[in-house]
Design a binder for this molecule. Structure first.
Ligand code: PLP
Length: 441
């Protein structure tokens, strides 16, 4: 095993969102990947139950994507997109605009989900200013929402642990209540039946702050990072209607629900509600090169771009917006998605996925199972006085047995690559079931 696969110094890398001390005492090193599997540095096969971090939707090491990146690197490594252009960035935007919801065909490129969230919020603010409504500065998020780690996304996000370490937040932010309701909806297969009325909390915020102060509402169609919270039936449509009534922009954070995960190109399509602004990342390039994007309709683009005096219209962008390698990866990924009908594959296996996940019902400490598209959340009751301990130990047991899962609090989140087959699903259920049983005490 070479030194790249087996580093002997773990000190320098301050790992993100990690228990650095625990990891460095007991490292879990993924050295290579192919298809549905990772391989550890001692060459153990690990079934990928999480598509990396909700992002390798087409599976790992896809030759078409690898070769597109290699070809592009040899032709044009980098060129700026500030006042300059290169063809492949325009091609990537046009390709993406073909699959975004009808009319949402203006695309701003970023490098991550966090940058997409902050970009979307800034576009919302700029839109209202361009139309003479500069008073609309308030941003509404939702409890348990995750929109990355920039100041905008963190502030609009609704996760206490992400906020309390830092203190300083954007002002003029408020939150809707989250939609998880175990009392009424535990073990729902697909969207929960109860809770659409939680959207009415937006009316209450309008009454409190005045619609004329509210720029946008940002939610994930299915909240992922805080433990898989599918929206109650009718909830998103109700939110849409309230936004329309009050001139508030609706932003969907489609960073994990995009690119086939919901059995359609985007969650918006599957869930039947179209936002005004949509954020993307992750599956856009199959995660082979970092890239994010924000899509908007003509109304927003035209108000900002055609409403501005000559010169730069939006004072925002990243050195790597539309990076050539990311653009090449995005086009190759979207080609693969289309050629292999990955959204269709996800849809076809979804009933099996749903049944299999819910077969874990009845195991000790399993208090809820939730699913939407090729996503599942399995909530465990926490160990008395030791929140997260049970889930962390289930995670380690799964890893030792050759399965990668993800945990958040005491919730297990699963989101396999969309090329998953029934035998993989069976193995996920078996390995996870064994781990949960082993942690029953
Ligand atoms: N938005 C959502 C819904 C996410 O799930 C994530 C990451 O998991 C992000 C934003 C942040 O993306 P990134 O880590 O690429 O900044």
């Amino acid at each position: 095993m070479n030194e790249i696969a087996r580093p002997n110094n773990l000190d320098a890398f301050w790992m993100p969102y990690s228990a650095n001390r625990a990891f460095k005492a007991n490292p879990r090193m993924l050295a290579r990947a192919e298809g549905m599997y990772y391989y550890t540095n001692d060459n153990r096969e690990i079934l990928d139950g999480t598509a990396g971090l909700w992002c390798c939707n087409a599976g790992h090491g896809r030759r078409e994507i690898v070769e597109a990146i290699q070809r592009q690197a040899a032709v044009l490594d980098f060129a700026p997109t500030f006042q300059m252009g290169h063809p492949i960035a325009f091609q990537a935007a046009a390709r993406l605009a073909e699959i975004t919801p009808e009319g949402m065909d203006r695309v701003f490129f970023t490098n991550s989900g966090s940058e997409s969230a902050d970009t979307a919020l800034k576009i919302a603010l700029a839109y209202h200013r361009a139309r003479g409504e500069a008073g609309r500065t308030r941003l509404i998020g939702r409890e348990r929402g995750y929109h990355g780690v920039g100041f905008g996304g963190m502030s609009v996000g609704g996760i206490g642990t992400n906020r309390k370490q830092f203190g300083a937040m954007l002002p003029y932010v408020d939150h809707l209540p989250h939609t998880l309701d175990l009392a009424r909806n535990a073990f729902s297969a697909g969207l929960p039946a109860h809770g659409a009325e939680a959207a009415d909390a937006l009316e209450a915020l309008v009454a409190l702050h005045g619609a004329e102060t509210i720029a946008a509402v940002m939610v994930e169609p299915v909240a992922g990072s805080t433990g898989v919270l599918p929206p109650p039936e009718g909830y998103l449509a109700r939110l849409r209607a309230i936004c329309d009534r009050h001139g508030i922009l609706l932003i969907f954070d489609e960073v994990i629900t995009g690119f086939g995960r919901m059995g359609t190109n985007f969650g918006a399509e599957r869930l039947g509600t179209t936002p005004d602004i949509m954020t993307m990342a992750k599956g856009l390039t199959n995660a082979a090169v970092p890239m994010g994007a924000v899509a908007v309709g003509h109304g927003i683009y035209d108000a900002i771009v055609h409403g501005a005096p000559a010169g730069i219209e939006l004072f925002h962008g990243y050195t790597y917006s539309g990076h050539p390698l990311a653009s090449a990866a995005a086009i190759a990924t979207m080609d693969l998605q289309r050629a292999e009908d990955l959204p269709g594959r996800a849809r076809a296996i979804e009933p099996y996925w749903e049944r299999s996940m819910h077969s874990l019902r009845g195991l000790a400490n399993v208090i809820d199972i939730r699913n939407a598209g090729l996503i599942a959340g399995i909530e465990l009751s926490p160990r008395a006085g030791k929140p997260t301990d049970r889930a962390v130990r289930v995670f380690q047991r799964c890893f030792d047995a050759g399965l990668l899962i993800r945990t958040t609090g005491d919730i297990i989140a699963l989101s396999p690559p969309l090329i998953v087959e029934t035998a993989h699903v069976d193995r996920i259920v078996e390995t996870l079931g064994d781990a949960i049983r082993a942690e029953a005490a």
